[in-house]
Design a protein around this ligand. Structure first.
Ligand SMILES: Cc1ncc(COP(=O)(O)O)c(C=O)c1O
Length: 397
């Protein structure tokens, strides 16, 4: 049977990782992979996570299954983190949550639910969007269509075109939105722009599906959840996929949530019952370790404060790297304007150089980034920033 299967091409990111590992140059710089790094280039286990993990292991008396919808202490704590503890949507019981296998799992659960409710739905995604949205959302049969989003000329958002495009969609269309730290562009909607999107969503009766993979890494835990909280106050229906990979540094533990908001508690309960069936069909039960750690952290004032401080440090590091990068790039390439990088948020920005120059940066300067020139800002440090800026200047010359 398996002789029918041709070898698949390597995933471009995995190929980039392998090429970086094989590169012997002491100058090499990895800005490809989308994980947070500290000043030493490490992706460390957060101290809050270490402490919570010890408590989880001490208290754990069984490894039996939890439940298809996941760890209830975790899903409830995540609801409060995403919506804010006293959000009317939570108090009215209109939010139901299922644990996902990371943020990707949550996105897929959301897509499966949409497919179960309306199999011919089209999901409208920003142009560009995170590459993995495509297989995650189309894998269950949904179609994707892009809407205008990023403006490479300014490093900002083509907001009028975006609003116009959304305003032409038929009722019931699904719109995928990045809550903050847009991947791959780093260009986020302002609060005012979110309000404009909300007005269109209400007028056209669209279903927003918000992907919140970086809560706390852009403007702060509350600021990054602005759209989730606003939309949940004003709309009858909303889906939110949340990842704990980046803000808790729990990548391999695969913790995340899908929050379902509908018009009434009973409709949300019905939707959750579909999700439970979907989970049973796909993987049966989610892993618990990461979820148990997060619920420990969020349920303990001391650990929560420690986590918020550590998250704040990560955010500040990214912001100061952005400022320093703008300074160094402006010095190295005075004819180009890189100030947009300072206005963007989160781990990613698009440098705006051609694929040929991206390849030249790799071959001649040992600087690694994806072909679309997305750079992971957290991969920079005081050690390599100047070298990186000089290399960009040479590649652009
Ligand atoms: C935009 C976006 N959504 C979702 C995710 C989900 O990540 P994970 O499945 O690792 O939690 C990521 C991770 O890179 C992301 O960038």
């Amino acid at each position: 049977m398996f002789e029918r299967l041709e070898r698949m091409p390597d995933d471009p990111i995995l190929g980039l990782m392998a090429a970086f590992r094989a590169d012997q140059s002491p100058d090499k710089v990895d800005l490809g992979v989308g994980v947070y790094r500290n000043g030493r280039g490490e992706t460390p286990v957060l101290e809050a996570v270490r402490r919570a993990e010890r408590l989880v292991l001490e208290a754990q008396s069984t490894k039996t299954y939890v439940a298809p919808a996941g760890n209830a202490a975790f899903t409830q704590a995540m609801e409060r983190l995403a919506f804010g503890a006293s959000h009317p949507a939570l108090i009215s019981g209109r939010v139901r949550t299922i644990q996902g296998v990371g943020g990707c799992g949550a996105l897929r659960l959301g897509a499966e639910l949409i497919h179960a409710a309306a199999p011919h739905s089209i999901v409208h995604v920003s142009s560009p969007t995170w590459a993995n949205h495509v297989p995650l959302l189309t894998g269950c049969g949904l179609e994707l269509e892009p809407y205008p989003y990023y403006d490479p000329a300014t490093g900002g958002i083509r907001s009028a075109e975006m609003l116009q495009a959304l305003d032409s969609l038929p009722a019931g269309s699904v719109v995928l939105l990045h809550a903050s730290c847009h991947n791959p562009t780093g260009a986020d909607l302002s609060e005012e722009q979110w309000r404009e999107v909300l007005a269109v969503v209400q007028r056209r009766r669209l279903l927003p599906f918000i992907d919140m993979a970086y809560q706390g890494l852009g403007g702060g835990v509350d600021a990054d959840a602005f759209a989730v909280r606003l939309f949940a106050s004003e709309l009858p229906e909303l889906l939110v996929a949340v990842s704990c990979s980046k803000n808790f540094g729990l990548y391999r533990e695969r913790a995340g949530t899908l929050h379902i908001l509908t018009e009434s508690a009973s409709r949300s309960e019905a939707a959750l019952s579909h999700e439970v069936r979907i989970a049973r069909r796909l993987y049966s039960m989610p892993p618990d370790h990461g979820a148990a750690i997060v619920s420990r952290i969020l349920g303990d004032e001391g650990l929560r404060d420690l986590w918020r401080r550590e998250l704040g440090d990560m955010r500040e590091r990214i912001l100061s790297l952005r400022r320093e990068l703008v300074r160094q790039l402006s010095a190295a390439c005075p004819s180009q304007d890189f100030s947009f990088i300072g206005a963007q948020r989160g781990m990613f920005s698009l440098l705006g150089v051609s694929p040929e120059r991206v390849r030249a940066l790799r071959a001649d300067h040992h600087v690694y980034m994806t072909e679309d020139s997305r750079i992971n800002i957290a991969g920079l440090s005081s050690e390599n920033l100047e070298y990186f800026a000089r290399s960009v200047a040479r590649a652009l010359a």
